[in-house]
Design a protein. Structure first.
Length: 485
């Protein structure tokens, strides 16, 4: 009991002694950097430390290096710190917090380190300026696409991003300045990789799908129109999930006045019109899109079958009423190379390749024919063909009747040549057309006999011999390429 009272008495005496000491002093064994301030009052420490920092800064030279660049920072060029604040903070950090620390019964931190950035005001700003000259964001490999070249793609090398490891840099500076006034330090950096590499980009610049159609029998004006419409897509780049309209691309890139007159389909007939042949361009593009397995958002058939593509695989375009629209549903950009020569129109689609062994092909299923209604005889009251017919009983054929067709279109996916999936894409009907015969309107003059007329009236169709093997040839013969829209 007496021993406990003695200890309590000593503790109370210590508290009273500390409380009576009005002059703040650093505790025993307290060191600021290498400066031992044990038992010294704050004002004395402030004065001495200020001189030490000034002397140290006058001698300090920091040389920072990165790659072929070097940067020098001189302590004499920087402002001195607020020493009063440094000392007071050091005092608060090292003074005993309770009676047990005062009695030395608890461990406490008696060592204070003043960092270089605190000893030299403006060092942070200098290092920030240097950092800006070194740091850069990663640069992804850039693709240059020129479809006119034999090798259409050029891909730049990727560049790593650079970020200065400032925490490590300050640690190196402080550790070095402990033993030397002039230090030479390699700036530590953190390299940031790009999302893709050049090799990865090149892997996704393969021919994904292609298609061509024949227009060798077309007139020059029509060939011109097909090539001109396709040229609007040559060099086109479509990003993932981006949607494209055929009409918008052509309207944006081609002047309407540059198209020539050629055959178009109007009200179920082939007539001369501006831009005949554009639909062969859209159809060629459409089939290349299918071969590349891109998502089709809109496609429409012609009212009549065309001879340059399977039934169900045509794509009629007409500004304001019919468009071909699609979307890049892959994970990488899609690139288009389009052109035409004297015999064919071509479209190549580049992008993410098919998996090894995978391919795609089209399949058209001929469903059947739609009978035509034979000929319609029209009196030539307006004299449209007065140079050919005059009297009643004289006939001039303007158009033969044609049967219509019904077909379904499919896309087949193959693995190593074997069909593993078939996808239905369209079911189309191409309506029949009626034959047109014009007849003269004047009464036959008495005594005049009409010569035998070689125009034979064709009645409505009862049955057809057309089947899946002969339909393509029949369409080609009744609708040759030079007339195709």
């Amino acid at each position: 009991m007496k021993k406990r009272l003695l200890i309590l008495s000593i503790l109370l005496s210590s508290i009273m002694l500390v409380g009576c000491n009005n002059e703040a002093k650093f505790s025993k064994d307290t060191v600021i950097n290498d400066y031992n301030v044990s038992g010294m009052n704050l004002e004395s420490v402030k004065e001495n430390l200020s001189n030490q920092i000034k002397t140290k800064n006058e001698k300090t030279k920091i040389r920072l290096n990165y790659d072929d660049k070097s940067f020098e920072i001189y302590g004499k060029d920087l402002e001195l710190p607020n020493v009063d604040q440094i000392v007071e903070k050091a005092y608060e950090q090292t003074k005993p917090k309770d009676v047990f620390e005062k009695m030395g019964m608890k461990k406490r931190d008696r060592f204070v380190t003043i960092k270089a950035e605190d000893m030299m005001q403006g060092l942070n700003q200098k290092i920030e300026e240097i950092t800006k000259q070194i740091e850069c964001e990663p640069i992804e490999p850039q693709v240059t696409f020129n479809p006119q070249k034999e090798t259409p793609f050029e891909v730049s090398e990727e560049k790593m991003g650079i970020k200065v490891d400032t925490e490590k840099l300050y640690s190196l500076i402080n550790d070095s300045l402990k033993t030397n006034d002039q230090v030479d330090i390699d700036i530590p950096v953190i390299l940031t990789a790009t999302e893709t590499t050049k090799d990865e980009v090149l892997k996704n610049l393969q021919v994904r799908g292609s298609f061509s159609t024949d227009y060798s029998s077309s007139v020059d004006g029509r060939k011109h129109n097909v090539q001109l419409a396709l040229s609007a897509f040559n060099g086109l780049v479509v990003n993932p999930q981006q949607e494209i309209s055929f009409n918008e691309i052509v309207e944006k890139n081609i002047n309407d006045d540059d198209f020539q007159v050629a055959k178009i389909i109007l009200n179920g007939q082939f007539v001369d019109g501006k831009g005949g042949g554009i639909c062969q361009a859209s159809t060629t593009l459409y089939n290349a899109l299918l071969m590349a397995d891109l998502e089709i958002l809109e496609v429409n058939p012609h009212s009549l079958p065309v001879g340059y593509v399977y039934l169900g695989f045509d794509a009629m375009v007409n500004r304001g009423s019919s468009d071909l629209r699609f979307k890049n549903n892959t994970e990488h950009p899609i690139y288009f190379k389009t052109w035409g020569d004297d015999t064919n129109a071509y479209v190549e689609v580049y992008g993410q390749p098919w998996e090894n062994g995978m391919s795609v092909r089209r399949r058209a299923e001929f469903v059947g024919t739609i009978p035509h209604n034979g000929d319609k005889i029209i009196p030539d009251t307006e004299g449209l063909y007065k140079d050919k017919i005059t009297f009643k009983g004289e006939y001039y054929r303007v158009k033969y009747p044609c049967e219509g067709y019904e077909a379904k279109a499919y896309i087949q996916y193959l693995k190593d040549g074997e069909v593993i999936e078939e996808k239905f894409i369209r079911h189309e009907k191409y309506g029949p057309t009626q034959g047109i015969i014009y007849e003269g309107t004047e009464d036959l003059i008495e005594g005049l006999t009409l010569p035998e007329n070689d125009v034979k009236y064709i009645p409505p169709q009862n049955q057809s011999q057309t089947n899946s093997e002969t339909v393509a040839e029949k369409i080609q013969n009744t609708n040759p390429p030079k007339y195709n829209p």
